[in-house]
Design a protein around this ligand. Structure first.
Ligand code: SDX
Length: 368
């Protein structure tokens, strides 16, 4: 009800202000803030594993250029696991820390490579000198003849987006990772399944759906009021994307942080995006409208995140991939919890069967 979010007990607002995505990933996976040594070792492991096997490029070539990056991401996580047979075993082996760093580091490289391939651009390899988020932006936007200019405010904004998506209790995709992990499938298989669950527009796909909704409203010249009316009409097939939440019946604390960051990032980059004004108008109208107030529908993490990603030059089809990169530590922490629990059992939901309790086989000649 209060809209409180804490990672291992630390308020999200404090981490957003003082931490980084890599430090927060360590906190979520290992349960405590790393000391200087632990953070350096973790960061070095991420650098050590930043590349993917060179033969992975043949897999990229197999995808049509129109492939959605979430399809590529899920497939390539499993594909990259095939190049290290120690990854194929489930549970937490002695190499778990290395596997964790491999997955967190490589998911970023795979995402960048899939973006480059789908835009007919040459692959840009990671640089040892760059830290996690800067390296991702470098792989996304540099050219063979010219490095992308890494503006600190851009790196910080994307790092904040990753951090704010890092974990969120038993959401649809995390529950999927736990389900797959419970069969003692390996870490890569479990997180590849999480990518598929996250893809849906009711879940992580909402950030892409929000921007597509705002673009449509902008193009139609609507000031948002027509759309709000449609979103309240069940027959319209429209929802106010980025609004509502299974758990938060109040303002998603992440949305508050991202909305503030929107103004800061667009201001510092001197960008005036009409979609931000439309989003603010929609929020204002919805928070005054009894339909939304009675149903306790507030902005969630996806409502403003796409506007920042647009400002950073990230294409809309990559938005949910950014969410997946951010959510990887949460998925891994949940996988680890199951793998570490010697008493954990396979997940097996019960069902209430509503059909005929007993039937008999009817030969084709006797069927209607
Ligand atoms: C994420 O679980 C997590 O933690 C997820 C997440 C994470 O970090 O992992 O926080 C990330 O997925 C955020 C949610 C992103 N999805 C969207 O923004 C899509 C739009 N939102 C809705 O589809 C919906 O609000 C959900 C899916 C988020 C929540 O669905 P619920 O809890 O099942 O809500 P509901 O469908 O029961 O809705 C209750 C009522 C219904 O109307 P009535 O039947 O009471 O008349 O509210 C209406 C719904 O029709 N409603 C909406 C609405 N969301 C709910 N009406 C218009 N627009 C909306 N967005």
């Amino acid at each position: 009800e209060q809209g409180i979010l804490r990672y291992r007990g630390i308020p999200i607002e404090e981490l957003a202000e003082k931490s980084t995505f890599v430090e927060t990933a360590y906190l979520i996976i290992y349960g405590h803030l790393p000391d200087r040594n632990e953070l350096k070792n973790f960061s070095d492991l991420l650098t050590e594993h930043q590349n993917i096997h060179e033969d992975m490029k043949y897999h990229f070539e197999g995808f049509p250029s129109t492939s959605h990056p979430m399809a590529i991401l899920s497939a390539m996580i499993n594909a990259s696991g095939c190049f290290d047979l120690t990854l194929m075993k489930g549970g937490c082996s002695s190499q778990f820390d290395s596997h964790v760093a491999q997955l967190i580091s490589q998911v970023r490289t795979i995402a960048a490579f899939s973006y480059r391939k789908s835009h007919g651009l040459p692959i840009i390899y990671p640089k040892k000198a760059y830290k996690y988020t800067a390296n991702f932006l470098h792989m996304l936007f540099s050219q063979p003849y010219e490095d992308y200019e890494l503006k600190p405010e851009v790196v910080r904004a994307l790092d904040l987006i990753f951090l704010l998506h890092a974990d969120h209790e038993q959401n649809c995709s995390t529950a999927t990772v736990r389900m797959v992990a419970s069969s003692q499938a390996n870490l890569y298989a479990s997180c590849a399944a999480g990518v598929c669950a996250l893809w849906g527009p009711l879940h992580g796909g909402a950030n892409q759906a929000v921007v597509e909704m705002l673009v449509d409203i902008h193009k139609s010249g609507d000031d948002g009021s027509k759309f709000i009316t449609a979103a309240k009409d069940k027959n319209s097939g429209k929802k106010l994307m980025g609004f509502g939440h299974r758990v938060y019946k109040n303002y998603d604390p992440r949305a508050k942080i991202i909305k503030k960051a929107c103004d800061e990032v667009l201001g510092s980059l001197d960008i005036n995006d009409p979609l931000l004004e439309i989003a603010k108008k929609l929020e204002e109208a919805a928070l005054r409208d009894s339909y939304f107030v009675e149903r306790k529908l507030y902005p969630n993490v996806d409502f403003y995140s796409g506007i920042i990603m647009r400002a950073l030059g990230i294409p809309v089809e990559m938005f949910t991939v950014i969410f997946a990169i951010g959510r990887m530590p949460g998925w891994i922490a949940n996988y680890k919890e199951i793998a570490d629990d010697t008493k954990s059992r396979i997940s097996r939901p019960r069902q209430v069967y509503m059909g005929e309790p007993l039937n008999t086989y009817v030969p084709m000649s006797k069927r209607k």
